[in-house]
Design a protein around this ligand. Structure first.
Ligand code: CA
Length: 236
């Protein structure tokens, strides 16, 4: 089975040529199919054709910003993103993670350490998406108007599909599978982002707010209840 497993594809979008080349070269040596682009527009073009399993994205690009790419990829594709950020830039990291990036690597980095980290993050992301796939046939009724179709990874409200990002979807799905059970923020971080994820629990809050905005009909009664001092639960 192992040998017929297809090679994972990775695209690196990074305008610093030595970094882009070194990452591509090292990832190829590890058995990945790797391509790189030196600006955002080329990156998006290659992405459409190449259909990568992972994007390694520099935030400071000469044409479009890495944040815009994050936003676009999260909206139109279901491809995990690892950002490359400057070590000092905490706000960049938080914003990137909020926009849908899965994790980050700080520059400058040691290439061997970076490769180990990329592989670890990638494995974690795949494990989480597999555990969602395994429950693929489950459909869950949240309220009379809202229903999850897990096979399609879609949510319908009043018989219309609502656009949720992959992370928003995963959060809702986990809450919906255990209606009434309270999940702490760190538990949700573990389940949706992975135990070795570096972001903080604010990421969870922001995603919950977005789900509410998209799904709640009544501003005063949310389908996702905040349990003060503990976390969140989906109302029964
Ligand atoms: Ca750059």
């Amino acid at each position: 089975m192992e040998e017929i497993k297809k090679r994972r594809k990775i695209i690196i979008i990074e305008d610093e040529v030595p970094i882009a080349e070194l990452l591509a070269y090292s990832l190829k040596k590890e058995g990945f199919l790797a391509k790189f682009a030196l600006d955002g527009n080329t990156g998006m073009e290659i992405l459409r054709e190449f259909k990568p399993d992972l994007i390694i994205l520099d935030l400071m690009l000469p044409d479009i910003s890495g944040f815009d790419i994050c936003r676009q990829v999260t909206r139109d594709y279901n491809i995990p993103i690892i950002m490359l950020t400057a070590k000092s830039d905490i706000t960049d990291k938080i914003l990137g993670l909020e926009l849908g990036a899965d994790d980050y690597i700080t520059k400058p980095f040691d290439i061997r350490e970076a490769i180990v980290r990329i592989k670890t993050i990638f494995r974690r992301i795949e494990r989480i998406s597999e555990s969602l796939e395994n429950k693929a046939s489950e459909s869950i009724i949240i309220t009379n108007d809202i229903k999850i179709f897990n096979e399609e990874h879609k949510v319908a409200k009043n018989n219309e599909f609502i656009e949720l990002t992959p992370k928003e979807y995963a959060l809702l799905f986990i809450l919906a599978q255990n209606k009434g059970r309270v999940f702490s923020r760190s538990e949700l971080l573990d389940k949706v982002w992975g135990f070795d994820y570096f972001g903080d629990s604010r990421t969870v809050d922001i995603h919950i707010q977005r789900i509410r905005k998209k799904l709640d009909t009544n501003k005063n009664i949310s389908i996702i209840e905040t349990v003060f001092g503990t976390g969140y639960k989906l109302v029964k």
